[in-house]
Design a protein around this ligand. Sequence first.
Ligand SMILES: C[S@@+](CC[C@H](N)C(=O)[O-])C[C@H]1O[C@@H](n2cnc3c(N)ncnc32)[C@H](O)[C@@H]1O
Length: 387
Amino acid sequence: MHPETSSKSPLLQITLKCFFGFETILAEELNELGYADVKLLNRAVQINGTWQDVYKLNLYSRCAIAVLVEIDHFFIQSEEDLYKRALRIKWHEIFDVNKTFAVKGAVYSHIFKNTHYPYLLVKDAIVDTFNKHFNDRPNIDVKKPNVLFDLYIKEKEVTISVNTSGLPLFQRGYRSAVGPAPLNEVVAACLIRMSGWDKKQTLIDPFCGSGTLLIEAALLASGIPSNIERQHYAFKNLKNYDASSWESLFENAPRVVRQLPCQILGGDISDEMVLKARRNLRNFSFGRFVNISSTSFDQLKVEPPVFIITNPPYDHRLSADVEELYGQIGSWLKHKMAPSTACIISSSEEGFNAIGLKASLKRQVFNGDLDCEYRKYELFEGKKALH
Ligand SMILES: C[S@@+](CC[C@H](N)C(=O)[O-])C[C@H]1O[C@@H](n2cnc3c(N)ncnc32)[C@H](O)[C@@H]1O
């Protein structure tokens, strides 16, 4: 089955992958983008749509890591079945022989003794299909393939999809300068959405590093797609690529703002990181409206109430006396920032304990491989602040 572009063809099964724990956040984002019927899966959500939707989701979703389009779905009894069924797919109608490709994904099945083997079988089916039709074969490029296929096997159930994003969507194309412990861009977008920030309150990141949270917040507030600076999309390498449809979507996307609907401020104790954040912000029309100070968090000139979203150092990759620092953060929040809301992502349990405030929300999240927690604090003035 080849995913057709024609308006008469049935709707595509579109799967959007996300990080652990952000399924409902992604579903909520899709609802706002106009997709009412969203099915929740494990680290993914599913909708039905057209190729126009696929282009739109690649550009507009801030919380997805990849947009997959299902090519085939079937059941197998043996290893051989996978090759046979994959051989029925008209791969040569999906992409040209001069494009490189790779097959990646996830396999949870007792049918295969070696978990690499299923990928090899699908790769063989692709190569054999091209050889049969053209006496020529496409090359494999595991690192930066032009065309990427996704193989998902759960026991006997197989789903083969084309990954229309290619490189993961957190590679936004705007961050030229990174620090030693950057926050993943998609995680940042998900945390901002999870925080409940209304895009009007003053947003502050006092440990802004290279500015990921500030940039994602400004993109969200200004309605500019987070992927506006990204050039690479694997769907451009498919045979059915509709360049004019993509170009009109891309050209019409908002990218310039005269002002932000709210104040967004950052700070970092490191001059080098402040320069990096400013350099990253320069890629955007709103860059000049985001003020970043080279200062310790407790010296920031801000008047509560504000909305704080931040990612303080967590010892794991940056050396810091975590308990002392988080203790200081706790008393700064309590004594200087109330009434405000503060959301903190950190992998340091002892750090959170040292803050000494009761969280109104706690979620386990991952920043890459790093197991973290995200906590939200409502800071009240007077006696309530102590509870
Ligand atoms: C985990 S990193 C933040 C990374 C950032 N979210 C990003 O995506 O690049 C923590 C940052 O806190 C900064 N920092 C450490 N102590 C600080 C302090 N007392 N006040 C303000 N910033 C501080 C470090 O320079 C570092 O850039």
